[in-house]
Design a protein around this ligand. Sequence first.
Ligand SMILES: CC(=O)SCCNC(=O)CCNC(=O)[C@H](O)C(C)(C)COP(=O)(O)OP(=O)(O)OC[C@H]1O[C@@H](n2cnc3c(N)ncnc32)[C@H](O)[C@@H]1OP(=O)(O)O
Ligand SMILES: CC(C)C(=O)C(=O)O
Ligand SMILES: [Mg+2]
Length: 516
Amino acid sequence: MSKRVVIFDTTLRDGEQSPGVSLNIQEKLEIAHQLARLGVDVIEAGFPIASPGDFEAVKAVADNVKGATICGLARANRKDIERAAEALRGAEQGRIHTFIATSDIHMQHKLRMNREQVLEAAVEAVKLSKNFTSDVEFSAEDAFRSEVDFLCSIFTAVISAGAKTINIPDTVGYATPQEFGRFIKAIIEGTPNINEAVVSVHCHNDLGLGVANSLAALENGARQVECTINGIGERAGNASMEELVMALYTRQAFYDLETKINKSEIYRTSRLVSNLTGMVIQPNKAIVGKNAFAHESGIHQDGVLKERTTYEIMNPQMIGIFQNNIVLGKHSGRHALKERLKELGYELTDENFQKAFERFKALADRKREISDEDLAVIVEDEMRSIPEVYSLEYLHINSGTTILPTATIRLKKNEEMLEEASCGDGPIDAAYRTIDKLTNIEVRLASYNINATTAGQDSQGEVSVKLEKNGRYHTGRGVDTDILIASVKAYINAINKIIFDSNHLAEKVPAEERAL
Ligand SMILES: CC(=O)SCCNC(=O)CCNC(=O)[C@H](O)C(C)(C)COP(=O)(O)OP(=O)(O)OC[C@H]1O[C@@H](n2cnc3c(N)ncnc32)[C@H](O)[C@@H]1OP(=O)(O)O
Ligand SMILES: CC(C)C(=O)C(=O)O
Ligand SMILES: [Mg+2]
């Protein structure tokens, strides 16, 4: 039996049946070109009878996209099939995919047809389709809830009528892997001319088993899988293409099957489909989710940095993901921080690194993810060697529409604790007046600037101040997720610089010429 699995992509047909998704001609064309680059074997571009727009989209894909079979869906009736054939006329290789439901529940309530009528409609549909193309696929909708003997007789008949692919959908996502595998085996064994057609499956994800069921079918003789990018599709979606392909590749030794998918295009295709359909990918989605290759905890990061395969079963670069997979956050350890700092070009002494690590952990307690910008701020602070004569121990600010802004601050000066309170025009003015009282250094605030150093609600505020003292300017910088704390830190930083400069000056200038 062939090892080759045919990848039938139905992102543009079943994927577009996702509630809220509607792709225009241009968008379908763009996705179809990308699917061809990705190397899918069949692109189901739409359901031409559904609307003039879908007809035009299938036609545009058929006329323009080369390198893959272009397929159009049609119910088992003349109008649908002729419309599909017309849309596909320009295709290098066109496939008509005709279908009719075979489960009792669908036949009785939806189609209001009996088995004989359904079998006859199926055979007629395949015969009619054969007038337009040699590549005809027949699907028995709701196959998994259909009676196996009836399915075998309908498949035998459509294969005799010329169907080259017979598709066995689990339309409502009801199957579980073992029983679906057994089901496929029973159909193959019960259909005498099965060797004249490719056996295909089309699994929905209502129980989250679309991919698992498809793999079970492949183990039991199926050689085409119908799937969508990012697993989009009717209700809970279809089997996800990227998961199927990567499962077959990663577990090649077990399945011994291959596809012709160009794996390095997987991520790009996933992003394109997500952007054009508006279907956001959940972060923990396998293969293409934001977190699929991200490591946050220190023990994992240490392992991955020492040897990637300790915690990665696939290489993200292989599917076109080049972003950093080490996410710095509260669970990260020293190895990961040191590695990222090295990548950013920072070489810290052991002592500075230890300080930077402590600040990193403190920030990570308040902020979900630590960005490179956050690290730059932390490290630059640690690399400066201005002694911290004053440091902030405690800050309490009262402010609002009906109260006078008041600040209470405790500063540590060397080993001594100093505490004061003051009012001001605003909370920052109150804080700065309090610091002036505590330090007893007379300064003038020459400028105050605030910036968000990183994006997002939990971003850091960076405050820079310029203080004037005896005609000389001293800048101070403070960073914190709380802008009042950042403002106070900036002011204290500038004061410490004033003291540092004044001490340096003292070494050169006699006391009487100095005034602090
Ligand atoms: C499992 C799947 O994903 S199947 C594909 C589902 N996709 C879609 O339905 C998307 C596109 N669909 C559409 O735009 C419309 O449903 C159309 C244009 C196809 C049909 O629209 P309408 O003619 O208004 O019919 P409507 O959708 O209301 O009902 C479907 C009809 O098709 C019949 N039908 C359903 N499946 C089939 C089939 N495979 N073969 C023949 N007839 C079928 C139904 O019995 C019903 O017939 P009735 O009108 O005699 O009762
Ligand atoms: C048209 C068929 C193949 C389908 O989408 C299904 O049965 O889910
Ligand atoms: Mg479907």
